[in-house]
Design a protein around this ligand. Structure first.
Ligand code: ADP
Ligand code: MG
Length: 318
């Protein structure tokens, strides 16, 4: 991402200046009794307006925590988080309501939590607009067009119990889009669905991104998604660790081909995570040699083998 690179080079004051979503050294610590869980440990993420990115990572890596912070449901412990100009560390109760109602749409991880058992699809899509005091006529029109655009117009008078999992998820997406948010956050929207239904729901998200220009962050377990989005960001231990970019280039025979390139993510202090298989292959442990080699940087084992007394070695070098 050239924007990210150049912004980082220019200095901290412009980190993510042009991005719609900016997370800068974001920290969220959960405290239960005397136990502290660092769900996010200094996460950096930039998302530009109009982008659709996938967020992947092992269970417990902090994906849902990040989404609930961005959704304004939960508040960060430290760091910076800005979405469409709103500073999420400094939101008054009133602004938080406004932010959640108008700026972001949020689809929760548990399908059932997105809907209301006794409301029909049309009623549940209408609800956020009623709360936002949208005039009745406009609401009615939007309900129909939203259900239509996510492909569940036939479910308008059905309650959740009368819909399939995929239909419920589409209705949940329509609810999240009701007040025309800039950002749509979807937490494993396909987690409970079979492969074919998942592909359809993902297709709906892509269409919404393309047609409505809504910026989308979608958490997924599905390793095949990187083929469906331009950028896949991996989270590991509460930090962003790598990104896969998808682009189209022209092959030697003149055909267009889709290329996936994986990048490590460097944080603002210059830290990069070396993948486990690289570390194991070269037996890279605590200390490595870095060298500037013209147009790249090399990382090599320290070559000292087992160090009997690390402090002594430190003294000798100093
Ligand atoms: P993911 O969505 O990637 O599976 P989560 O964001 O749900 O991960 O969780 C990240 C870490 O934070 C996990 O170790 C989880 O147990 C912990 N965690 C999440 N929510 C809470 C909470 N409300 N209280 C305490 N710990 C939590
Ligand atoms: Mg989760």
């Amino acid at each position: 991402m050239p924007e990210v690179g150049s912004a980082t080079v220019r200095g901290p004051e412009v980190f993510g200046q042009d991005a719609l979503i900016v997370c800068d050294s974001l920290v969220r610590i959960y405290q239960t009794g005397s136990i502290e869980v660092q769900a996010l440990q200094g996460l950096d993420l930039l998302v530009n307006a109009g982008e659709m990115i996938a967020l992947v990572g092992a269970s417990g890596s902090g994906k849902s925590t990040l989404l609930s912070l961005l959704a304004g449901i939960d508040a960060p412990t430290a760091g910076k988080a800005r979405v469409a100009g709103w500073d999420l560390l400094d939101l008054s109760a009133r602004d938080r309501v406004k932010y959640r109602r108008h700026t972001v749409g949020y689809v929760r991880q548990q399908t059932a939590q997105n809907l209301v058992p006794y409301l029909t699809a049309a009623q549940v899509v209408d609800l956020p607009m009623t709360l936002a005091r949208v005039p009745g006529k406009e609401r009615a029109q939007r309900v129909e067009s939203l259900l239509e655009s996510v492909g569940v117009a036939h479910c308008r008078d059905r309650r959740p119990g009368q819909m399939s999992g995929g239909e419920q998820m589409r209705v949940a997406i329509a609810v999240a889009l009701a007040n025309q948010p800039k950002v749509l956050l979807a937490d494993e929207p396909t987690g409970e669905l079979d492969t074919q239904t998942s592909a359809q729901v993902f297709g709906v998200l892509r269409e919404v991104n393309r047609e409505l220009g809504v910026t989308i962050v979608v958490v997924t377990h599905d390793p095949d998604v990187s083929g469906q989005v331009e950028r896949t960001v991996a989270i590991r231990d509460g930090r962003t660790s790598s990104e896969v970019l998808r682009r189209t280039s022209t092959a030697e025979n003149g055909d267009d081909e889709v290329v996936h390139e994986e990048y490590a993510v460097m944080d603002r202090a210059g830290r990069v995570q070396v993948p486990k298989d690289y570390r194991e292959a070269l037996n890279l442990t605590r200390r490595v040699r870095l060298a500037l080699e013209g147009d790249h940087v090399s990382v090599r084992p320290d070559g000292l083998g087992q160090i009997a007394n690390p402090e002594r070695v430190g003294e000798e070098q100093a």
